[in-house]
Design a protein around this ligand. Structure first.
Ligand code: HEC
Length: 145
């Protein structure tokens, strides 16, 4: 039993050293928020609010970077989501995305693909019920071309 306890302490020390060590790896996001150059012509404030709270952290230049975006390894995953999300759809550079993205955006919400499950585990407001999904979909019908 005593020997087992010693191994546990070693394991905890190794874990601690690794955790501290990975903080110095240069893989974290730079947590930047580039300039907002073009926004959708919102028609429904309720829809705008829903999209801002469920999509903007990854699909806008107004990302709200949480404290765990400063700590590896969650910082790596988050940084990748935002970088990748912005390349697919960016509501802050909307003129580049409004043509041709309507169907895909509507489907991503209807099929429950977006927001991603991992995001929903950390953000209660990103759980959308059918009515909220419909409010968003109706607005997407109007703001995309
Ligand atoms: C946690 C970050 C995150 C959030 C929040 C998020 N997305 Fe995404 N989104 C991504 C990433 C990463 C991709 C690219 C990879 C993929 O498709 O899974 C993506 C891709 C997309 C695409 C491209 C097509 C597709 O399905 O691959 C659309 C459209 C989209 N998201 C819409 C939305 C909408 C609408 C919301 C809000 C209801 C939303 N996303 C919320 C990260 C996010």
């Amino acid at each position: 039993m005593r020997r087992y306890g010693k191994y546990l302490i070693y394991a905890a020390l190794v874990a601690l050293v690794l955790f501290v060590g990975i903080q110095f790896l240069p893989w974290g996001p730079d947590r930047n928020n580039p300039e907002v150059t073009s926004t959708p012509q919102w028609t429904d404030p309720a829809a705008q609010e829903l999209v801002e709270s469920a999509c903007y952290d990854c699909h806008s230049n107004e990302t709200n970077w949480p404290w765990y975006s400063r700590i590896a390894p969650t910082s790596w995953l988050l940084g990748r989501d935002v970088t990748e999300g912005r390349t697919h759809l960016n509501f802050s550079e909307f003129d580049r995305f409004k043509d041709g993205m309507k169907e895909e955006t509507i489907e991503s919400v209807q099929e429950g693909e977006m927001p991603p499950f991992t995001y929903k585990t950390m953000h209660i407001s990103a759980w959308l019920d059918d009515q909220e999904k419909q409010i968003m979909v109706d607005e997407f019908e109007r703001i995309f071309e």
